[in-house]
Design a protein around this ligand. Structure first.
Ligand SMILES: NC(=O)c1ccc[n+]([C@@H]2O[C@H](COP(=O)([O-])OP(=O)(O)OC[C@H]3O[C@@H](n4cnc5c(N)ncnc54)[C@H](OP(=O)(O)O)[C@@H]3O)[C@@H](O)[C@H]2O)c1
Length: 236
C-alpha cells in the first residue's frame, strides 16, 4: 500500500489531503508539531486507521530531514507522495503595520517550512525511481493582496512551484501546485461558516494522485465545480 507524507497535516488543507489519501486506499505519514495537534487531526478525521503521526518541527531546517532519516532507517513507513501546506497567519494587517517579527515569523512558517519540505524530500522520491507525486497548496491571496501577510508568503511559493515544475518535468515525480481561490475549512468549522469542507475538497488531491497526465501544472480551484472537474494548465 502506498503512503502519503503530509506536511501541515493538522490544518484545514492538510486534513483534506489526509482524507484524500485515505479515500484512495493509501496510508498517511502525518507530520504534526505535538501530540495535541495530532489529536486534533484524528478528531477531525474521525479515525486513526491508516494514519501514522510523527512529531517534527517543520519550521526548523532539520525537521523534515529528520523524518526522512527515520524513513530511511525503516522506523517510519516509506512514502511515494508528498503534500505540503504549512500555513501562517490568515489575518488582515496593513503593510505599514506589519512588524519585523510578524514578517519573519510568517515567511518562516508560510514559505520556508514548505521549501524545507520540498528540499529535504524530493531526493528521496527521485531515488525511488518509481511513479511519485509532490503537491503543494498555494492561495489566490498571493495575487489578490487583500490580506498582505498571507499574500506575501504566496509569492515565493508560486516561484518555487514554477522551479519545481521545471526540475521535475521529466522525472518520476509529478510535481503540481493547487492554486486555491476559495475558502476550505475542516468539516465542522466549514459547516458553521458556510464554506467548502475539507472532505469535499479532498476530491482534488485524489484526482491529482490518480491522473498521470497532470504534471508540472497549476490546478486552479475557484468554485465547487472546479473540485469535480479539474482545471489545470502547465506552469510553463
Ligand atoms: N484554507 C484555505 O481556504 C486556503 C485557501 C487558499 C490557500 N491556502 C493555502 O494552504 C495553506 C494552509 O492553509 P490552512 O487553512 O490549512 O491553514 P491552517 O489551518 O492554519 O493550517 C496550517 C498548518 O501549518 C501548521 N503550522 C503552522 N505554524 C506552525 C509551526 N510554527 N510549527 C508547526 N506547524 C505549524 C499548522 O499546525 P497546527 O495545527 O499545529 O497549528 C497546520 O498544520 C495556506 O498557507 C495557503 O498557502 C488555504
Amino acid at each position: 500500500m502506498e503512503t502519503v507524507l503530509v506536511v501541515g497535516a493538522t490544518g484545514n488543507i492538510g486534513t483534506s489531503a489526509v482524507t484524500a489519501a485515505l479515500n484512495s486506499k493509501r496510508q498517511v505519514l502525518a507530520v504534526v508539531r505535538n501530540q495535541k495537534s495530532g489529536e486534533k487531526l484524528l478528531k477531525n478525521l474521525g479515525t486513526s486507521e491508516g494514519v501514522t503521526l510523527v512529531e517534527a518541527d517543520v519550521v526548523s531546517d532539520t525537521g523534515i530531514r529528520g523524518v526522512v532519516e527515520q524513513v530511511r532507517a525503516g522506523k517510519l513507513p516509506a512514502f511515494q507522495h508528498v503534500f505540503t501546506c504549512v500555513g501562517a497567519d490568515y489575518i488582515p494587517v496593513a503593510l505599514q503595520d506589519i512588524t519585523t517579527a510578524q514578517l519573519r515569523d510568517n515567511m518562516s512558517r508560510g514559505f520556508e517550512s514548505n521549501f524545507f519540505a520540498y528540499r529535504d524530500t524530493i531526493g528521496y522520491l527521485l531515488e525511488q525511481g518509481k511513479p511519485a507525486t509532490y503537491t503543494i497548496c498555494t492561495g489566490a491571496q498571493g495575487d489578490l493582496g487583500l490580506f498582505p501577510l498571507p499574500a506575501m508568503t504566496q509569492g515565493p511559493l508560486f516561484s518555487m512551484a514554477a522551479a519545481a515544475s521545471r526540475e521535475n518535468a521529466e522525472t518520476n515525480v509529478r510535481f503540481n501546485e493547487i492554486y486555491l481561490a476559495m475558502r476550505v475549512e475542516v468539516d465542522e468549522d466549514a459547516k458553521q461558516h458556510g464554506v467548502t469542507t475539507a472532505s469535499e475538497f479532498a476530491a482534488v488531491y485524489e484526482a491529482i494522485m490518480s491522473r498521470s497526465e497532470i504534471r508540472s501544472s497549476r490546478v486552479r480551484v475557484s468554485t465547487d465545480a472546479d473540485i469535480k472537474d479539474l482545471k489545470y494548465e502547465r506552469k510553463f
